[in-house]
Design a protein around this ligand. Structure first.
Ligand SMILES: Nc1ncnc2c1ncn2[C@@H]1O[C@H](COP(=O)(O)OP(=O)(O)OP(=O)(O)O)[C@@H](O)[C@H]1O
Ligand SMILES: [Mg+2]
Length: 232
């Protein structure tokens, strides 16, 4: 198994009202999930069921309350500093709203270049070709690099966000409702791009959605998060 989540639990302490005592909310209760290399696993669930919380824990943006996550045979919470910085490249997330996740005042090529520099993916001599290659990979053209995010349609903007997540050569993508802001026809285009990319780049996906039909079409396997537990 590439990713293996065992008995993962996450509680939040929240104050239900002004002056009320803190109470523990169990958002995830003993979650178990495995994802094989190359697989697309879909996680369904209502709003507030804990899908993004699970994604954040896998990305190591949030610590779990208890439980274990193994990736490629290694415990992701036991990583060394060096392994952690590798992890930041191996696993990427694509969010629902690229208007919010892309910096509005930067040209697309600069947005990509920033990631390439930060993670030392390519040197200056190689970066121009690499940016063109990334844009073509998601069905955009090299010229689109000189545009700003607002100059694209919603679907194209999501392609830019996908190109940015691919810039670091990831192995595993968490797609957190990547198409839920898009019209149906555009949704299908983005899904097709993602399907192609998985083939070309040997990617593995965790696809978070509340659209059962779309998830059933796109994913190899579906699970549903309900009241803190996963149902097959
Ligand atoms: N940092 C936090 N502190 C307290 N409670 C939180 C925190 N983050 C999330 N929650 C709560 O955990 C629950 C799950 O939130 P989460 O964002 O994971 O849901 P989701 O399934 O992604 O929902 P959506 O489909 O709307 O994106 C919600 O009740 C939310 O209020
Ligand atoms: Mg969410």
């Amino acid at each position: 198994m590439l990713l293996s989540i065992s008995d993962l639990q996450k509680d939040f302490w929240v104050r239900p009202g002004l002056g009320k005592p803190l109470t523990r909310v169990e958002v995830l209760k003993k979650i178990n999930l495995t994802v094989a290399k190359g697989e697309i696993v879909g996680i369904l669930g209502d709003s507030g069921s804990g899908k993004s919380t699970l994604a954040k824990i896998v990305l190591r943006l949030l610590p779990p309350s208890s439980g274990k996550i193994m990736y490629d045979g290694r415990d992701i919470f036991g990583f060394s500093k060096q392994e952690t910085s590798l992890w930041r490249k191996k696993v990427q997330i694509v969010l629902q709203n690229p208007f919010r996740s892309l910096p509005p005042r930067r040209r697309v090529a600069d947005i990509l270049r920033e990631v390439i520099h930060y993670h030392h993916v390519k040197n200056r001599a190689e970066e121009k070709d690499y940016i063109a290659q990334l844009l073509r990979l998601v069905g955009l053209s090299e010229d689109d690099g000189s545009k700003f995010p607002f100059q694209f349609s919603g679907g194209e903007r999501q392609r830019v966000a996908i190109a940015r997540s691919l810039a670091v050569n990831p192995e595993f993508l968490i797609l957190d409702e990547p198409t839920s802001n898009l019209d149906l026809s555009i949704q299908a285009q983005v899904i097709n791009v993602l399907t192609e990319l998985r083939q070309k780049l040997n990617l593995t996906y965790l696809f978070i959605s509340h659209d059962r039909n779309l998830a059933a079409y796109f994913c190899d396997r579906l699970v549903e998060l309900k009241e803190g537990s996963l149902f097959p």
